[in-house]
Design a protein around this ligand. Sequence first.
Ligand SMILES: [Zn+2]
Ligand SMILES: [Zn+2]
Length: 297
Amino acid sequence: MKVIMLGTGAAFPDPDRAQSGILVKLENGAQYMFDCGAGTTHNMIRANSNPADVGVIFLTHLHHDHICDFPLFAITGWMWDRATAPIVLGPKGTKNFCDHLFEGGAFDSDFRARSNFPLRQNNLEAVRPDVREVSPGLAYEDENVRIFCDYVEHIPREISECFGVRLEAEGKVIAFSGDTAPCDNMIKLAENADVLFHECTFPESFIEFRSKSGVGTHAHTPPTDLGRIAAKAKVKSLVATHFGHFESTNQVIKNASKHHMPVDEMGPHVMDEVVRDIRRNYEGPLQMASDLLRIEV
Ligand SMILES: [Zn+2]
Ligand SMILES: [Zn+2]
């Protein structure tokens, strides 16, 4: 299988990184997507993939940087002749989210305008997602893949369940953390994985700043812990992703960040610190993800 990083940023609009999203392409052409943050649909086109060809999409949690592009993903599939409903896997609340998007929802006018055309009436299923709210264990299975999930620790569960996932296909295993603080469930999901895609939102010092400033969540995985997780899970390789804009040189992001992170410490050099800290505990193959990075598994 091939994995394409559609988005490697976090909650801010960032000129250098789309929000969270990963595309898995199997040898037989079947495609599976994990998270659908802003910019991931555009990057899918750049990566020569058609949203209409993605059968299953898994939303790890309902933070905007993991779901913002779902309406665009679905409507594009509709315009581009997707024949069947996209299967949407996600936490409790996913059905509510999808039910309020198309018919009778936020994009109702678009739905009614576009569905006037006979061709668009042929595939209304494309904007009637087949939503399956999942629980820990085997979340989905078809002739190509098995997808397992378990709770990870990011948002209080009563607000939104957050899932980490493990995908088995073609005799290989990949795991994806979604967003999480270090947790044992993620180590179990990633056990002996060929590739672990794990969030690495902030360096230690930035997480400390956030825990004091009271802005946003600080339930993320510091690089030192990420190395420990990869080593404990005995993964064959590690891809760090979901970078929280700490390396940005963009002046708008920097100006807006003063309550979010120590602005004076931001910059591309911070990535060196992140790599150094992952390396304290993990010696195997390591890549720091960038948008459109392709990984052969
Ligand atoms: Zn996120
Ligand atoms: Zn999140």
